[in-house]
Design a binder for this molecule. Structure first.
Ligand SMILES: [Zn+2]
Length: 414
């Protein structure tokens, strides 16, 4: 059978997505499967059972990352795919799960067609991608790739007080395989994921060839002015923390518009003290979230923001201090692999668009290790991290078929 004719079984993919969605299912739809809870264990057991049914060698590492390997004619690093099966507490059926179950579907399709490959293939799911119970997010892939050390991850305490290491032990997923071996294990990495944004649907596009993940800069500003009577303090005598906060809010919107391109800017948190109708606020805490796919532009946005903050503090007679809450550089995926995914999608009759990922994903941790890329399929209404998350079966199927062809080419059909 020629490998070009191979197609995944959409019904089987759909059934597995539904079955996994039953683990931690919420009444009325959606799923709550926070990392390392009983529901996560139930989901893990189900997926590991499927991996074994496919005849793959199962490897569970010391952080509970699970890898199913299909042998190639040659030994050595595997062409990898995968994602995560943990969800937020009001999650949908597709975020993460699609990437793992489409990987299994690819393997099953190859098994049934009797296709052998030179390089091994592997499907992985990584512990605690969401970060909803334990910070940081992408914990499993960070440890798998050596960005985060195992001991730190194991000691991490969750929002409910439980520790990662204890919870892994409790649900039986503290494995033996060593971590930080991505360089020996991965020849390439492709992750299929739902877009979780509105772009593909609004443009009427079926497949996104993801070029990278945008960089993130989170800063918290603490603005100190002077509280005083709103009726007796003339305008010229005020040190108004709220005014400075409002100016920063307007400035970042204008900054993003002026820089254009892929610059995003958001003030998502703003708290006034004392927060009373007739008192000039003496303290405001606000956050600025800057994102860009280009590190130079992101640095420029930060520099302009800090310059403006300094100027506004001086002009308004307030003091403003700041601290960084998060800073990630943008990640660029492998240009040749992105181009190949784009071409495969076109050849299979899909509309395609290149786009950056607005959210973080496990795949980004592999970008420094091996050729890496992602495939997006549309999210209905751009909605994710929500029980109403939905992707049409036609789109799921198309994404999985692009994944199949891309993995097969990388693994070299024998
Ligand atoms: Zn995800």
């Amino acid at each position: 059978m020629s490998s070009e004719a191979l197609k995944i079984n959409r019904q089987r993919l759909h059934q597995r997505l539904q079955a996994l969605g039953q683990c931690g299912a919420l009444a009325g739809g959606g799923v709550s499967r926070l990392a390392l809870t009983d529901a996560d264990k139930q989901g893990r057991d189900l997926v590991v059972g499927w991996i074994r049914e496919l005849g793959l060698a199962v490897e569970i590492d010391q952080l509970g990352n699970v890898l199913g390997r299909r042998a190639g004619l040659e030994t050595g690093p595997a062409v990898m795919t995968g994602s995560h099966i943990d969800t937020v507490s009001t999650g949908g059926l597709y975020d993460g799960n699609l990437g793992v179950l489409a990987g299994l579907e690819v393997i099953q399709t190859l098994n049934e067609a009797g296709v052998k490959t030179r390089k091994p293939l592997a499907v992985a799911f990584f512990t605690n991608e969401e970060g909803a119970r334990f910070a940081p997010d992408m914990m499993g892939s960070c440890v798998f790739t050596g960005v985060l050390d195992l001991e730190t991850a194991l000691q991490t305490q969750g929002i409910d007080g439980a520790r990662v290491g204890d919870e892994l032990e409790r649900i039986g997923y503290r494995g033996e395989a060593p971590v930080n071996r991505a360089r020996e294990q991965a020849a390439a990495f492709i992750e299929l994921h739902v877009e979780q944004g509105p772009v593909l649907e609004q443009d009427g596009i079926r497949i996104g060839a993801v070029e990278g993940v945008q960089g993130i800069s989170w800063t918290e500003f603490s603005i100190k002015g002077t509280s005083n009577h709103a009726g007796t303090t003339p305008m010229a005598y005020r040190q108004d923390a709220a005014l400075a906060a409002a100016e920063i809010t307007v400035f970042v919107r204008q900054l993003a518009q002026r820089l254009g391109g892929r610059q995003l800017a958001t003030v998502g948190h703003c708290e006034y003290r004392p927060n009373l109708v007739n008192v000039i606020p003496n303290h405001v805490e606000l956050t600025v979230d800057l994102r860009n796919t280009d590190e130079q532009q992101l640095q420029q946005a930060e520099a302009e923001l800090f310059e403006f903050v300094r100027a506004v503090a001086e002009r308004e007679g307030v003091s403003i201090s700041h601290r960084s809450l998060a800073r990630f550089e943008p990640v660029n995926f492998d240009p040749a692999l992105v181009a190949r995914i784009e071409q495969i999608a076109l050849d299979q009759g899909n509309s395609v668009k290149r786009l950056p990922s607005g959210a973080g994903h496990d795949a980004q941790m592999f970008a420094p290790v091996c050729p890496t890329a992602m495939i997006f399929v549309p999210s209905a209404g751009g909605i994710s991290h929500n029980v109403r998350e939905h992707t049409d079966l036609d789109d799921l199927e198309a994404g999985a078929n692009v994944l199949l062809q891309a993995l097969l080419e990388l693994a070299e059909p024998a």
